[in-house]
Ligand binder design. Structure first.
Ligand SMILES: *[C@@H]1O[C@H](CO)[C@@H](O)[C@H](O)[C@H]1NC(C)=O
Length: 349
């Protein structure tokens, strides 16, 4: 019958179409898979990465593919959110792996329990502050360091703030030892590569009578035993430290206008993992789960009028803007973008 014939023809046509489509899809997947494998190979060569075996390589390729898809989707909308990402040296790490080894803030309850410290910049008039500040231009910031596979961001943040305070009080910029904090500041909250807190680092430095020079106590990115002989000689010290009143970006501005400041952030997500440039904003979905520490070394206004904080990180210079990240400043949330105004502090020298 005509009807049966027609429906038979239609059915055949649909099957043909479906097969053709499946074929086309499969072919494209194969091309994409080959292209992605090649891209992964090129990335491995660029970053000197080698894997133990083919299984590990296949697993890493999957992670790489997933990260590339994320990076490309964020960059496709870069005009909306003013920052962009890059397939950087962390592109074969899952975010959980990245977070476990590259962050390392251990927010303790101790700060919440103790009385607030004094705040020496309380009476600075916000209206008198410069429109932009960059402590790098004043010689108060050492080159960006790299914490490697060790969750001791807290030590790098504390040391960078201390290096700034020491420069401002003595006129000399010295590079100080994070490793001494990682290895020797282990009797309290701070636990080396397993995390710590800047204020506890400042406490240790004060009790220790200072901190060794980086060159005398070099960084190993591991929980090595505390070395006393030879490495103990202190190169600089601090007198105390103060907390910036919490959840107050204006108070933070007064402090950063006067010296580099240690800052805690919710900064372990994939936006941070792959940040390359621009001004990071709350569009990333970061919140207030403080898990990373960096150092505010200035602030300014981008060409499009976006106000930002200039933050020094400790993930090497190929990450972000030569190792720095700009984060949006003056937002409606009192905690600041990614909680940056929640737990800031600085040493006094
Ligand atoms: C700020 O000014 C008030 C009132 O004059 C004064 O009591 C307070 O000690 C000042 N704080 C600082 C940190 O100078």
């Amino acid at each position: 019958m005509a009807y049966t014939n027609l429906s038979k023809k239609l059915a055949v046509a649909m099957v043909t179409l479906a097969v053709a489509c499946a074929h086309a899809l499969a072919a494209r997947d194969l091309v994409d898979a080959a292209a992605m494998a090649q891209r992964h190979e090129r990335w491995m060569a660029k970053h000197g990465r080698a894997y133990a075996d083919d299984a590990e390589k296949a697993r890493r390729l999957e992670v790489f593919r997933d990260n590339v898809a994320f990076i490309e989707s964020v960059n496709a909308a870069a005009s909306q959110h003013k920052f962009w990402l890059e397939e950087n040296q962390f592109a074969d790490l899952t975010n959980a792996e990245f977070r476990a080894t590259r962050t390392g803030l251990r927010p303790s309850s101790s700060r919440g329990n103790r009385a607030p410290t004094s705040f020496r910049y309380a009476n600075v008039s916000a209206g008198d502050l410069p429109a932009s500040v960059d402590w790098r231009g004043k010689g108060a910031v050492n080159p960006v360091k790299d914490q490697g596979d060790c969750g001791c961001c807290w030590a790098f943040s504390a040391v960078a703030a201390m290096e700034g305070a020491v420069k401002l009080s003595t006129g000399k910029l010295v590079s100080l030892s994070e490793q001494q904090l990682v290895s020797c500041d282990v009797k309290g909250e701070d636990q080396g590569c397993e995390g710590g807190l800047m204020d506890d680092a400042f406490d240790f430095i004060i009790k220790n009578g200072g901190l060794a020079a980086e060159s005398d106590y070099p960084y190993t990115a591991s929980d090595d035993k505390c070395a006393t002989a030879g490495a103990g000689a202190t190169a600089a010290t601090i007198k105390g430290y103060e907390d910036v009143p919490a959840n107050d970006e204006e108070a933070l501005l007064k402090a950063v206008a006067n010296q580099p400041v240690s800052v805690a952030i919710d900064g372990g997500d994939r936006y941070f993992q792959f940040y390359k440039g621009g001004v990071l904003s709350g569009a990333t979905g970061c919140a207030t789960e403080l898990d990373h520490a960096i150092t505010a070394v200035g602030y300014g206004v981008a060409s499009d009028g976006t106000k930002y904080w200039l933050m020094k990180n400790s993930w090497g210079t190929s990450w972000g803007e030569d190792g720095y990240v700009r984060m949006e400043r003056g937002v409606a949330d009192k905690e600041g973008v990614c909680g940056l105004a929640m737990m800031a502090s600085y040493p006094t020298a």
